[in-house]
Ligand binder design. Structure first.
Ligand code: SF4
Ligand code: SF4
Length: 109
């Protein structure tokens, strides 16, 4: 059985390079949460995925997710964030996630 995982909201996974993919109506849901028309949201906050089969979120110049904002940084679209974010690090994870994830550094994990 997997140990319980308590995200500490350190935001480090949101700084990791790579795509945050949007699937199954997520673009529409995020647009709605921001009060934007889907086309305006797509124009301002997304780009074509590398496989050209859909959209992913854009980045800040430092490579962190465009929706990582504030001090301390937090997700601006917390209630509507994509499945990829909600399922990290359970359903998917990148290779060195344990090295950057504050919760993974806790002894009980
Ligand atoms: S959408 Fe939110 S949770 Fe997902 S990577 Fe961006 S800031 Fe992090
Ligand atoms: S790196 Fe780990 S602890 Fe930090 S926000 Fe992501 S999942 Fe949560």
């Amino acid at each position: 059985m997997e140990p319980e995982f308590h995200c500490l909201r350190c935001g480090q996974c949101c700084r990791h390079e790579g795509e945050v993919r949007l699937v199954d109506g997520e673009a529409t849901a995020i647009a709605e949460s921001l009060g934007l028309e889907p086309a305006d949201f797509a124009e301002q906050f997304t780009r074509l995925r590398e496989d050209r089969l859909g959209l992913s979120l854009t980045d800040h110049p430092d490579g962190s997710c465009i929706f990582l904002e504030g001090t301390p940084p937090s997700c601006r679209i917390q209630e509507a964030k994509p499945r990829q974010c909600r399922e990290f690090p359970h359903s998917w994870r990148y290779e060195n996630w344990v090295e950057i994830c504050a919760a993974a550094q806790k002894p009980e994990l």
